[in-house]
Design a protein around this ligand. Structure first.
Ligand SMILES: Nc1ncnc2c1ncn2[C@@H]1O[C@H](COP(=O)(O)OP(=O)(O)OP(=O)(O)O)[C@@H](O)[C@H]1O
Length: 547
C-alpha cells in the first residue's frame, strides 16, 4: 500500500522531489560547513589566536552568511513541501470526485472522505517528507564527516542509529491497529450524526430525541476512547525516541570528552563532533513525533487508494458521433443485484426502447424501475447482459460520450447551493433566454417571476428551498435544456395537480419528437401518450416459481 502511494507521488512530483533532494543536500553541507567554521572559531578564541575583533570578523561574516543560506534553503524546502501537499490533496479530491459511484456511497461517508480523510494525507507529506529527506541526506553526510574526523564516534553513530527505527517498528504495529479503530469510530460518529440531523424532525415528532442523544453520546465516547489510546501510543513512541537519542548524544559526548582529557582528540574535532551529534539524531527525534501522524495518514490512504489509483476516465471516444441519433435502447439478458443484497432485483430477457418514441415503465413499488433507469443511464453496470444504444454496448462507451448522449432526471433532483440559473444550466455557460425557455416548458415560469432576483436567486444551502414539485420540474428543465438524444425521467409528474401535469405532458410530447424518451410513471395521463408501455414485474426470489 505504502509502495503504491510512494510510486504515485514520485511519478507525479518528480521535479519537486528532485529540487527538494538538492536543497536538502545543500542544507546538510551548509550545516557541516557551519559546524566546522564555528568549531574553528571557538578553538582559536580558546587558544587566544585572535588578538582583536577585526581579526575574527571574516570568520564571523562567513558564519553569518552560512546561517542565512541555511535559513533560505529551509524556507525553500518548506515552500516546496506545502505546495506539493496542497497539490496532492487537490488531486485526490478531483479523482475522488471523478470516481465516486453515483449511487452506492452515502453522502456522509463521501464528505468525510473528501474533507477529513484527504486532509490527513497532509501529515504524510508536510511532516514525514522533511524527516525522510533528512534521513536520506543529512544523516549520511554527517556520518561521513564523523568518519573522516573520528572513526570511533562514527562507529557510535552507526551502532545507535538502528535502535530507533527498530523501536518505531514495534510501536508501529500497535499504533496501526489503534489508528484503524479510531478511523472506524470516526466514520460511525459521522454517519450517526448525519443520520440524526436528517431525521431530527421525525425524532422530535415521536418524542425520541433523548434516545438519539444517548446513541450519539455513546458513539462520541467510543471515539474519544480510541483517540485517547492512539494519543497514548503517540506519547509513548515520542518519549522512547527522545530517551534513546538523548542517551546516544550523551554517549558520544562522554566518549569525546574523555578522549579530549587524555589528549587523544584535538579540541576542534571534539567540539565539531559535539555540534554534529544533536543534528545527527534530530531526524530520528522528529521521526517519533511524526510517526503517529504518518500512520494516521496511511490509514486514511487505505480508504482513498481505490479512488485515487483507479484509471482515469477516458475522454469522449467519439461513439456519440458515430451513432445514428436518437438511438434505440436494447436490453439483452440483463440481471442486476445491488452489492451486499441477497436476491437478484432485476432480470430482463429482451427489451427495446424504440427511437423517436416515448416508452413508459410501470410496475409495483420496489420492483426496480428506478434501478432499471440507472442501468439505462449507465450509472449502474449490469451484473450480466448488455445495454445497447443501437448496436453499441453502453458499457464500452467512455463516460464523456455517454454524458453527451443521455440525460437522466432522478425522482428527487439535487438542488445545488447556487443561483437558479446555475441550477438549471448545471454550471454551463448557457444564454439566459434558453434557461428561461426551459423553465417555461417545465412550468416554472411562475416561480421565476416570483423570485426576488429572478435567475440570480440563490437556491439550496442557505438559499431558497423549493417544494418537491418545483424541484421535480427544475430537474425536468435541466433535461429539456440539455437536449440529449436519450432522456430518462423518473416519475416527472408525481404529486402534481392535473392542470400542471397536462402542461408537462404537452412539453414532453413536443420534446419527444426526434428523441428516445423513457419515463417511469403510474399516471394514466402519461401512459396515454406512451408509444410503448413496459410493465416491470418483481423478479422472482430464489425458490419461487418463475412466471
Ligand atoms: N443502493 C441500493 N442498495 C441496495 N438496495 C437498493 C439500493 N437502491 C435501491 N435498493 C433496493 O432496490 C429495490 C428497488 O428499488 P427501486 O428504487 O429501483 O424501485 P422502484 O420500482 O423504482 O420503486 P418506487 O416505485 O417505489 O420508486 C428496493 O427494494 C430498494 O430498497
Amino acid at each position: 500500500m505504502t509502495k503504491q502511494l510512494c510510486k504515485e507521488i514520485i511519478t507525479t512530483y518528480k521535479t519537486s522531489l528532485l529540487a527538494l533532494a538538492g536543497l536538502e543536500l545543500l542544507h546538510s553541507l551548509l550545516l557541516l560547513a557551519t559546524a566546522w567554521q564555528f568549531s574553528g572559531l571557538v578553538a582559536k578564541v580558546y587558544q587566544h589566536a585572535f588578538t582583536d575583533f577585526p581579526a575574527a570578523a571574516p570568520v564571523l561574516l562567513a558564519l553569518f552568511l552560512m546561517l542565512c543560506l541555511q535559513l533560505l534553503a529551509s524556507f525553500q524546502q518548506r515552500r516546496i513541501i506545502i505546495r506539493l501537499s496542497a497539490s496532492w490533496r487537490e488531486t485526490c479530491r478531483l479523482r475522488l470526485h471523478q470516481h465516486v459511484p453515483p449511487t452506492s456511497t452515502s453522502p456522509a461517508a463521501l464528505s468525510l472522505q473528501a474533507t477529513e480523510t484527504v486532509d490527513r494525507l497532509d501529515h504524510l507529506l508536510s511532516k514525514a517528507l522533511p524527516v525522510t529527506s533528512a534521513l536520506l541526506f543529512r544523516t549520511p553526510v554527517i556520518l561521513a564527516a564523523a568518519l573522516a574526523a573520528d572513526p570511533l564516534t562514527a562507529l557510535l553513530f552507526a551502532l545507535t542509529l538502528p535502535i530507533a527505527p527498530f523501536l518505531l517498528y514495534l510501536i508501529g504495529q500497535a499504533t496501526k491497529a489503534a489508528s484503524s479503530r479510531e478511523w472506524h469510530r470516526l466514520q460511525q460518529l459521522n454517519a450517526g450524526f448525519d443520520d440524526m440531523l436528517r431525521s431530527m424532525m421525525t425524532w422530535k415528532l415521536f418524542a425520541q430525541e433523548q434516545a438519539q442523544r444517548q446513541d450519539l453520546r455513546a458513539l462520541s465516547q467510543g471515539f474519544a476512547q480510541t483517540s485517547l489510546q492512539v494519543l497514548k501510543l503517540a506519547f509513548a513512541s515520542s518519549f522512547a525516541l527522545e530517551l534513546i537519542t538523548t542517551l546516544s548524544i550523551a554517549i558520544v559526548a562522554v566518549s569525546t570528552g574523555l578522549r579530549l582529557l587524555d589528549n587523544a582528540l584535538a579540541f576542534r574535532t571534539a567540539l565539531l563532533l559535539l555540534l554534529l551529534a544533536p543534528e545527527f539524531y534530530q531526524p530520528l527525534r522528529q521521526g517519533g513525533i511524526i510517526f503517529h501522524a504518518a500512520i494516521e495518514s496511511l490509514t486514511a490512504w487505505q480508504k482513498l487508494q481505490a479512488f485515487v489509483l483507479a484509471p482515469q476516465p477516458a475522454a469522449a471516444d467519439g461513439h456519440h458521433e458515430q451513432l445514428q441519433l436518437p438511438p434505440a435502447i436494447h436490453l439483452h439478458d440483463i440481471r442486476y443485484r445491488y452489492p451486499g443484497t441477497k436476491d437478484i432485483l432485476l432480470g430482463l430477457q429482451q427489451e427495446t426502447f424504440p427511437a423517436h418514441k416515448i416508452s413508459v415503465i410501470t410496475g409495483p413499488s420496489g420492483c426496480g424501475k428506478s434501478t432499471l433507469l440507472k442501468l439505462l443511464a449507465g450509472l449502474l453496470p449490469p451484473d450480466q447482459g448488455l445495454v445497447l444504444l443501437n448496436d453499441q454496448p453502453l458499457a464500452t462507451m467512455a463516460a464523456a460520450s455517454r454524458q453527451k448522449l443521455i440525460a437522466y432526471v432522478p425522482q428527487q433532483p439535487h438542488l445545488y447551493a447556487a443561483s437558479l440559473q446555475e441550477n438549471v444550466s448545471l454550471f454551463q455557460d448557457v444564454p439566459a433566454e434558453r434557461i428561461r425557455q426551459a423553465l417555461r416548458l417545465a412550468s416554472l415560469d411562475g416561480l421565476l417571476h416570483r423570485l426576488p432576483a429572478g435567475l440570480d436567486t440563490k437556491l439550496g444551502g442557505n438559499g431558497l428551498p423549493l417544494s418537491q414539485g418545483e424541484r421535480k420540474r427544475l430537474g425536468l428543465a435541466r433535461a429539456l435544456l440539455q437536449n440529449r438524444p436519450v432522456t430518462l425521467l423518473d416519475e416527472p409528474t408525481a404529486g402534481m395537480d392535473e392542470a400542471l401535469e397536462q402542461q408537462i405532458i404537452r412539453a414532453l410530447t413536443a420534446f419527444a419528437h426526434r428523441r428516445t424518451l423513457v419515463i417511469i410513471s403510474h399516471h394514466p395521463a402519461i401512459q396515454a401518450i406512451a408509444d410503448k408501455i413496459i410493465h416491470l414485474a418483481p423478479y422472482p426470489t430464489e425458490g419461487a416459481d418463475r412466471p
